[in-house]
Write a protein that binds this ligand. Sequence first.
Ligand code: ATR
Length: 273
Amino acid sequence: MIYRLAVFGNPIAHSRSPEIHEKFAEQHCFEINYDRILVPVKNFDTYASEFLESGGKGFNITAPFKHDAFRFSAIRSKSAELAQAVNTVSIREGVIYGDNTDGVGLRQDMIINLGWTIEGKKILMLGAGGAASGVVGDLLAANPKSFHILNRTLSKAKIIVDLHQDYRLRAIAIPDTNYDIIINATSAAFKGEKLDLPPSVFSKKSCCYDLTYGKEANRTPFLMRSKEFGVASVADGFGMLVEQAAQAFEIWFGINVLTGPVIASFRETNVFS
Ligand code: ATR
């Protein structure tokens, strides 16, 4: 049996998910048929229903459909509820489940792959859009000392804070301290825009993570700028991409995969642009 899976998005041609999941399946000696599906913006429900009705085992969702997938799912995980977004849909006994594996993926990459400590640390998140809100809950679950969200539009950061009701989480307009972990969750680089970075947030001990990634490892504009402040460590979001995929694979098949070799093989061949 060849399992049918897919990733839904618009645009979607850039997605590396098919190759990542094929490598996971290879580790367990079975085959999958994982497609990229370009969904017209208003047609998510039709495409999603047809895919599942025609035997699809599940699918991933990328921009701009994570909210549609949230609405589409009959039962949602806690991570999905906190993110108000779903990136992994599965179907079991006719019931549609929605999960969000982005936050756990980020946490795994930071703690396991990069060896960073989140517990007891001060986190600063730059940005308060979909990418940011998708990971806040799972980072809070790793017990940071504090978690501040700095966004150009303060009201959007406040919406995330109100949703979580956690004393460690605050929306800030002006930073007045430095941070152990600084995460870029803005879309500034996608749009070729400059991101204003207050120098006071960086210290020599800061670890800087960019949720995005580019052709070359750890060379996003945010990480290049962070390095100028002499920070301790930088990482782009490619590890998170593989880790969130591993979580999705586990949801569909109930089996663990090794992510390290998959991350390394993409890095070596540089095919993750
Ligand atoms: P995504 O799903 O990628 O998170 P989004 O929901 O549009 O996309 O959110 C983009 C985030 O990047 C927002 O927090 C946005 O700030 P605003 O809420 O003020 O719009 C932030 N952002 C985008 N361009 C930026 C820039 N040039 N400087 C600072 N923040 C920027």
